[in-house]
Ligand binder design. Structure first.
Ligand SMILES: [Zn+2]
Length: 452
């Protein structure tokens, strides 16, 4: 019965109903106070969960966590209180994915989006995928590389409450050398010339400028392709592409402007070059070996393994042939087939050697909205359920430099939380069954809307 009150609030937060144009934007921070009755609460992954707690939320932030199920009369601002009954649910911080590409998805279209989509097309596509990502339980994501200004517009529209989606940290163009992984390949020269990227740079000064340009354009984080990559149509391998000097200049410049800097890197030498250059994190780290792991430990950098996409596209040649990448051009196919079970084995080694791991998926390679499968991959690679949950909440927030306002539930932090009927501490696959989602104090999904 108590849920009826929350359902009324949803008439203007869900967008499922006729809009009153005198009201604030559809997903703006909800006025009033929420009291969430949590049957089991994991406020900080890594600390113990507790039964029967009340999370008090006002103005989009957590203002108190109290023992037992408190009522409206127990809080100061008790005139406009909505009680949310999650007494049969496991409540925890919203999930965080440090590596997505919201402007596209493999296998979703035969179109060549690079040359056919305007920035406006990309923004609308990204909005659809952002919505799916949020409904998968992810209240914050990092978009690591996109063309044009679509992602900046989407980030700002979500923040302003105009459209539905997770909080997004946007990288802008990936920083890449000429002909490197994030440069464009496989088209006529006239087309390549017509699609410049402000992230392409060669040499120390040019690379400093490329980083500064992304920050000027609005980048929250700097993404660098330190090595070759799998899905670029070029037979140049997956080894180091930027020089040590270039990597150092990029990292220094990003840090001088107050941005985290993260490197896409596959081969061990390229990963180690980025670690030695002072990068905050490494994406993929596919062929990191024991020496590389020791260097991770020494520098304290985070690893973002991105395991699930390889499961989704096929970790054997047979599965891959049937998947969305079954018809890739030869230079890509050759690199894809080399991946196999390597990401799973690499993650197992990293965890066993005590490397700090934060969750990222590379969604867009795998379907948007399926991001939570990455938690399951980590448990399969040897993490405890609690360690996996920490990787996708507090550790991801720390790696991204946003742990002062999200990643855990505590007084003053954003009201970013999810709930599920089963405890993911008992069975990690519970993360695939999220029934309640709140971001910045706005409810986006309730058990009733989820069909239960
Ligand atoms: Zn990526």
């Amino acid at each position: 019965m108590r849920f009826a009150a929350a359902a009324i609030t949803l008439t203007f937060t869900s967008g499922l109903f006729a809009q009153d144009y005198n009201k604030p934007p559809e997903y703006a921070i909800a006025p009033g106070v929420f009291i969430i009755h949590a049957g089991e609460l994991l406020a900080v992954a890594g600390q113990e969960s507790v039964k029967n707690k009340s999370v008090v939320i006002s103005g989009g932030v957590v203002t108190a966590i109290r023992d037992g199920f408190v009522s409206a009369s127990d809080v100061d601002d008790h005139d406009n209180v909505t009680i949310v009954d999650l007494s049969n649910y496991f409540v925890m911080p919203g999930f965080i994915d440090l590596h997505v590409h919201l402007t596209g998805q493999a296998g979703s279209s035969r179109k060549i989006s690079f040359v056919e989509d305007s920035d406006a097309d990309s923004a609308l596509t990204a909005q659809m995928y952002a919505r799916r990502t949020l409904l998968g339980g992810f209240t914050t994501v990092r978009n690591l590389g996109s063309r044009g200004n679509a992602m900046f517009a989407l980030r700002d529209a979500i923040k302003a409450g105009k459209v539905m989606g997770p909080r997004i940290l946007v990288a802008g163009y990936s920083i890449t050398p000429t002909g490197g992984h994030a440069d464009i390949h496989g088209y006529r020269e006239e087309i390549l010339d017509a699609l410049p990227s402000s992230g392409v740079c060669d040499g120390v000064d040019s690379c400093r400028a490329a980083v500064r340009r992304q920050v000027k354009r609005g980048a929250d984080v700097i993404k660098v392709t330190a090595t070759g990559g799998v899905l670029s149509e070029t037979a140049t391998g997956t080894g180091q592409q930027f020089t040590d000097e270039e990597l150092r200049a990029i990292a220094e410049t990003a840090h001088s402007l107050g941005r985290k800097v993260t490197a896409h890197a596959h081969e061990a030498a390229g990963i180690e070059a980025a670690l030695n250059a002072g990068f905050d994190s490494i994406e993929h780290a596919m062929w990191a070996d024991e020496d590389t792991m020791r260097l991770f430990r020494k520098t304290g950098a985070w690893m973002v393994p991105t395991v699930y996409p390889i499961t989704a596209v096929g970790d054997t040649p047979e599965k891959m042939a049937r998947g969305p990448f079954g018809n890739m051009p030869p230079p890509i196919m050759e690199k894809l087939l080399r991946l196999g079970r390597q990401p799973k084995e690499m993650t197992r080694l990293a965890h066993s050697m005590g490397v700090r791991i934060a969750l990222g998926t590379d969604s867009g390679v795998s379907p948007h909205g399926e991001n939570a499968n990455e938690f399951i991959e980590y448990v399969n690679a040897g993490m405890t359920e609690m360690e996996a949950l920490a990787a996708g909440t507090i550790h991801a927030a720390t790696a991204a430099g946003i742990d002062h306002f999200t990643g855990s539930l505590a007084d003053g932090k954003a009201a970013d939380l999810v709930a599920m009927p089963m405890s993911p501490l008992d069975d990690i696959s519970a993360v695939l069954d999220v029934r309640f989602i709140m971001r910045d104090g706005v409810i986006f999904l309730t058990p009733e809307l989820a069909g239960n």
